[in-house]
Write a protein that binds this ligand. Structure first.
Ligand code: IMP
Ligand code: MG
Length: 177
């Protein structure tokens, strides 16, 4: 689908405030340390790095990359792993950091893998929680913003690999088909 216009939804200032609030809650939750923070590539990279700079419990970090196949703006529920973590997660406190949780299929897949890898605790931070579109019983432990509809880009998030560089978050208005 062709993009007609972008409309700003969350400014970079609003994002920074929300990220700082999440960091405060995460610091409190993991104040005893031993945290492994895992960035879900590519979309979460900007959120992850801004969040990480505010984490004061000395986390280790790692990265995973998944692909969920579907048409442009919806995921199909078929998820595959493109890059696994390199850290041994057995007995560790693991925090997955994702950009958007939509149906929940991607996070269900990753959480199951990390549980199988023996994580001691497993929690999820997501910048945007599309809670009304959830098709699983997954809950986001550290949600940034919740959104009921619309496809968003910017601040790491893409539409067909574009717009990741924008410092704010925008909804896309598509041209009529
Ligand atoms: P789920 O598996 O249906 O929960 O979809 C989650 C994945 O779809 C995320 O990792 C995002 O990459 C992508 N996604 C869902 N909604 C959006 C959006 O509005 N903008 C950009 N990516 C999105
Ligand atoms: Mg993603």
């Amino acid at each position: 689908m062709r993009v007609k216009a972008l409309h700003q939804l969350y400014s970079s200032e609003e994002i920074a405030l929300r990220v700082a609030e999440l960091a405060g809650r995460i610091n409190h939750c993991y104040r005893d340390g031993q945290l492994v923070m895992i960035c879900v590539l590519k979309g979460a990279f900007m959120f992850f790095s801004d969040l990480l700079k505010l984490i004061n419990v000395g986390p280790e970090i790692d990265f995973v990359r998944v692909a969920s196949y579907g048409h442009g703006d919806t995921s199909s529920g078929t998820v595959s792993l493109l890059k696994d973590v390199e850290t041994d997660l057995a007995g560790r406190h693991v925090l997955l950091v994702e950009d958007v949780v939509d149906t929940g299929a991607t996070m269900d897949f990753l959480l199951a893998r990390m549980r199988a890898a023996g994580a001691k605790t497993l929690r999820l931070a997501a910048l945007v929680d599309k809670v009304e579109r959830r098709r699983t019983d997954l809950t986001v432990d550290f949600p940034g913003f919740s959104l009921s509809e619309g496809f968003i880009v910017g601040y790491g998030l893409d539409y067909a690999e574009r717009y990741r560089e924008l410092p704010a978050i925008y909804t896309i208005e598509f041209e009529d088909a």
